[in-house]
Each structure stands twice: as C-alpha cells, then as structure tokens.
Design a protein around this ligand. Structure first.
Ligand code: SF4
Ligand code: SF4
Length: 75
C-alpha cells in the first residue's frame, strides 16, 4: 500500500502564535517555536516532522490561513 508523507510550510511573518494548529494536529507534529517573528509572536514549527501525514487539519483550522501542506506518495 502506498504511504503518504506530509510536510508543512508556515508563513512565519503572518503566524500569530495562537497555537490552534498545535492542538489540532492528530500526530503531535507541531509546537510553538521559542523564537519569535518580526511581530513578536512565537511561530508554529514542525517539532516532529517525520510523523506528518499531510492530513491538512492544521491548515484548515489556522484562522489566518498561513499554513501550506505538501504531500508526497511513496509506493
Ligand atoms: S498536515 Fe496533519 S499531520 Fe501534518 S502537521 Fe498538519 S495537522 Fe499535523
Ligand atoms: S494556527 Fe496559524 S496563526 Fe495560529 S499558531 Fe498555527 S500557524 Fe500560527
């Protein structure tokens, strides 16, 4: 069966560090960074990238639509 691997890209300067994506990820991939962006907000990042399935729950829930999801299929 094909395996789907995902990855996400966060628009750092538009992230407001609300953490909603962190709480919604079913695979515990995300965390808020210790570093802040230009507006002083901690940015969501992939703390556990290997676990991402590309389900896109984070992108759907993000109130500012700053997450882009990419999926790759492995046979
Ligand atoms: S795409 Fe799914 S698994 Fe990957 S970080 Fe977002 S919510 Fe988590
Ligand atoms: S839900 Fe969006 S704005 Fe909130 S921390 Fe995640 S990426 Fe940033």
């Amino acid at each position: 069966m094909a395996k789907i691997k995902g990855t996400i890209v966060v628009d750092r300067e538009r992230c407001k560090g609300c953490g909603v994506c962190v709480s919604v990820c079913p695979c515990d991939v995300l965390a808020l960074s210790a570093e802040v962006n230009g507006k002083g907000y901690p940015v969501a990042r992939m703390a556990n990238p290997d676990a991402c399935t590309g389900c896109a729950s984070c992108a759907v829930i993000c109130p500012d639509s700053v997450i882009t999801v990419y999926r790759q299929k492995f046979e």
